[in-house]
Write a protein that binds this ligand. Structure first.
Ligand code: PHE
Length: 452
């Protein structure tokens, strides 16, 4: 592993390009769609606090570890794990971690794409003035109508998957690196505008109180698991997405600083989304715990009742779709990189195969909102089950293994060489990755199964 070793898939053009791509991966539906609705379902403030703690104590150290491992291994997460296990002279079965990540990527993308499809269909609705003057009732029935229609869901899911695979096909620093450069700031501006609208509702303070006043009687073991799982989900950790992006990172770039920027930007976007949404929820007598439809049942009310709302609504959903696209490509990249490395495929065929598998799974998810809604396992629909399995179990488990590998298996000289951190900061990271992060994940798991 010398300075000249590069990934066969290409490299980011600069540190800034990597930050953009990784922030693009992190910021997505997780921040704007999922964070508000799970915060609403889990009672607000205390949940937000646990989530923030998880980002700080578990998320950031694991993100540093993932980027570091990716850059050292320089291949798809599966092959990177094989290489790193060899280098560290430990059991080669560590590479199964890469496989779990690939599986998690497929499973997440299958429902991610269906939800991104909702956003796509709202782009069209907004453009044709579909929200204009709408009250809470009308906006809700708009959403109910959409999810009740298998044809519409499959159609928009297909459009989104096609767009994802077309971008992935172009490789690392193709179109997206450039697009994300201005789309991210634009999304930020439009969120600020929505926060401005929320301030005019008369329920701004109530929204803030809901999000930031911690009442610990509101949360149980499952809420803590959801908050921790979401810290992984929103930072794209535990499945190799950030690892594979790290493998395209040029040498001599400070990994720790970069990880802190990415986590910071991601957290700000999520908090802004919550601050914009909850005042609208309370102003319209809606339920914070309305579930996955929350943003689709609240934000259109704001757009429908502000001047120029059709334009802002249109822009918002366009930007949301782009944020989702810059995440979805990272969900499938580990699989595509592996197919290219191990199956001798070119990117084009690798995209077709992995895209097809995800698309099929996604069709099942789309049906789980309507014609297959009575198919349940452990009392959960296909959509709920996939979400729970991936975000609450697979990602934290993947993250736990990454922490154990980086902290306990890799040789100190290698991690030190890769991270190029001052001794003291390295010590802090090492402490977090060896003890705090694994222990936290482990304890939450034990708590959920009722052992503690
Ligand atoms: N972080 C993305 C989001 O918040 C989702 C994601 C999860 C992307 C895992 C890649 C890996 O929307």
């Amino acid at each position: 592993m010398t300075d000249t070793t590069k990934s066969i898939h290409g490299e980011w053009s600069s540190r800034f390009a990597f930050i953009l791509a990784a922030t693009g991966s992190a910021v997505g539906l997780g921040n704007i769609w999922k964070f508000p609705y799970i915060t609403g379902e889990n009672g607000g403030g205390a949940f937000v606090l646990v989530y923030l703690l998880c980002v700080l104590a578990i998320g950031i150290p694991i993100m540093i570890a993932e980027i570091m491992m990716g850059r050292r291994g320089r291949q798809s997460p599966i092959n990177t794990m094989t290489t790193l296990a060899e280098e560290a002279q430990v059991d080669s079965r560590w590479h199964y971690l890469g496989w779990m990540g690939v599986a998690a990527g497929f499973l997440i993308l299958s429902y991610y794409s269906v939800v991104a499809g909702w956003a796509l269909s709202y782009v069209v609705k907004a453009f044709f003035g579909g929200f204009s003057g709408g009250d809470a009732e009308e906006i809700k029935s708009l959403f109910d109508g959409l999810v009740a229609s298998p044809v519409q869901l499959v159609f928009w899911h297909s459009v989104f998957m096609l767009a994802t695979m077309m971008i992935v096909r172009r490789g690392v620093s193709g179109g997206l690196e450039k697009a994300v450069r201005f789309l991210m700031p634009a999304l930020f501006v439009i969120l600020l505008l929505l926060v401005g609208y929320a301030m005019t509702t008369g329920f701004y303070q109530q929204g803030l109180d809901f999000m930031f006043e911690a009442d610990f009687s509101e949360i149980d073991a499952n809420a803590i698991l959801t908050a921790m799982g979401h810290a992984f989900f929103t930072l794209s950790l535990g499945m190799g997405a950030i690892m594979v992006y790290g493998s395209y990172l040029p040498r001599h770039i400070s990994i720790a600083k970069t990880a802190i920027y990415i986590a910071g930007a991601d957290t700000i976007v999520a908090l802004l989304a919550g601050i914009a949404i909850f005042p609208i929820v309370f102003a319209n007598g809606l339920e914070p715990g309305a579930g996955p439809g929350l943003i689709f049942q609240t934000l259109p009310i704001a757009f429908g009742n502000m001047s120029g709302g059709w334009l802002f609504g249109f822009l918002f959903f366009v930007l949301l779709v782009f944020a989702a696209l810059s995440s979805s490509i990272s969900l499938i990249e580990p699989a595509v990189a592996w197919l290219v490395e191990n199956k001798g495929m070119d990117r084009h065929s690798a995209c077709i195969w992995s895209g097809l598998v995800t698309w099929l799974l996604g069709v099942a998810v789309a049906f789980s909102f309507n014609i297959w809604s009575d198919i349940t396992l452990f009392d959960k629909s296909i959509f709920d089950l996939l979400d729970y399995l991936t975000a609450n179990l697979m990602l934290p488990l993947g993250g736990l293994c990454i922490a154990l590998f980086a902290g306990w298996m890799m040789k100190r000289q290698h991690t030190l060489q890769e991270l190029e951190m001052p001794e003291q900061q390295y010590g802090v990271w090492k402490f977090l990755i060896c003890y705090i992060a694994p222990a936290a994940v482990f304890l939450v798991f034990l708590h959920v199964v009722g052992i503690i």
